[in-house]
Design a binder for this molecule. Structure first.
Ligand SMILES: [Zn+2]
Length: 324
């Protein structure tokens, strides 16, 4: 009694995960989520809704991502755990054919990237590397990542993080795989290692960017095919850096951003202006929330921009970056 029941009461009914239409969207531009963790999102769903209606990742995606009012066109799923979760292949294989994508994914284009997360860097072994190399040959694999440096959490010693980053960068570049990079409070080392290991014209996605605008600018200047990943974090009052990056980008078009959720965390705060009764209560973030992040970006860029224009621009960038 007591504790569990209370917890349950705080979570709104799962039907609220199906989102209403975004107020400023006609629906002409579909959602592309360039960075999402599907297995974690689904297990977060399962832990919040123990008797939930969706029993598998496929049902969850078909239920929520295709039934929300704003259609999802494509997702880039991220695998970055050690050891590599074998289920990656089941999901990737299920999206190999048009029929598979229709039946399993409700027509959504399922893609993935794989790499060894900085948080797990100390677990990077030859076996893990072999698994990643194997996954790179899969037709639905569009990149290597997320990899990088995180000195905020420092879950692995910094030298190990750097070694593991270099090792993966060398493989990715050798194979011509686009890069998904995570960097947090490690500006100098990330910049130096990328410039040393990665050709200038390489395709790079700096995902969930929250570091300084100057750092973003140095990377954008050096790498012409580098994009800044924007998550719901941009909507948080604790983070002013990301908006500053957007303002800077908008003064020198094109707007080199990608939209992403990094789900299951970081629900865009402005979502609740559409759902005031649920304020702060939704238990997980998911791909269909992207239009709210786009709306916030449009507000930062200002005149002449709206939610769908931001999505359109970001979707074109996603095509250039990952071919999705
Ligand atoms: Zn991530």
């Amino acid at each position: 009694m007591g504790k569990n029941n209370k917890k349950k009461l705080q979570v709104p009914h799962e039907s609220h995960l199906l989102l209403p239409a975004h107020p400023s969207c006609s629906g002409s531009e579909q959602i592309v989520d360039t960075h999402t963790h599907l297995v974690s999102t689904f297990s977060s769903y399962q832990s919040k809704y123990r008797e939930g209606r969706y029993g598998s990742i496929f049902d969850f995606v078909k239920g929520i991502y295709t039934q929300s009012r704003h259609k999802v066109e494509a997702i880039v799923d991220v695998w970055c755990e050690a050891p590599v979760q074998k289920v990656w292949k089941e999901l990737a294989d299920s999206a190999l054919t048009a029929e598979g994508r229709r039946d399993n994914w409700g027509g959504i284009e399922y893609w993935f990237v794989m790499g060894m997360s900085l948080h797990e860097a100390k677990l990077y072994t030859d076996d893990v590397e072999k698994d990643i190399l194997d996954a790179m040959t899969h037709p639905r694999c569009v990149g290597w990542g997320e990899i990088g440096l995180d000195y905020h959490y420092d879950n692995s010693p910094r030298e190990i993080q750097q070694d593991v980053l270099r090792r993966q960068l060398r493989h990715a570049v050798r194979l011509g795989k686009p890069l998904t990079i995570h960097t947090r409070e490690a500006e100098g080392d990330t910049e130096r290692i990328l410039k040393e290991e990665v050709p200038k014209d390489y395709r790079i996605h700096i995902h969930c960017f929250t570091d300084s605008p100057e750092f973003a600018q140095r990377l954008l200047d050096h790498f012409p095919n580098l994009y800044i990943g924007i998550t719901g974090v941009i909507t948080y009052s604790t983070n002013l850096n990301t908006s500053a990056v957007i303002r800077h980008l908008s003064s020198t078009p094109p707007l080199r951003i990608l939209l992403e959720t990094d789900a299951p965390f970081m629900i865009p705060a402005n979502l609740y202006s559409s759902l005031p009764a649920l304020k702060g209560k939704l238990p997980l973030c998911h791909t269909a929330m992207i239009p709210w992040t786009a709306e916030f970006v449009a507000g930062v860029v200002g005149e002449g921009w709206d939610t769908e224009k931001v999505m359109k621009e970001a979707n074109e960038n996603a095509k250039k970056m990952y071919g999705v």
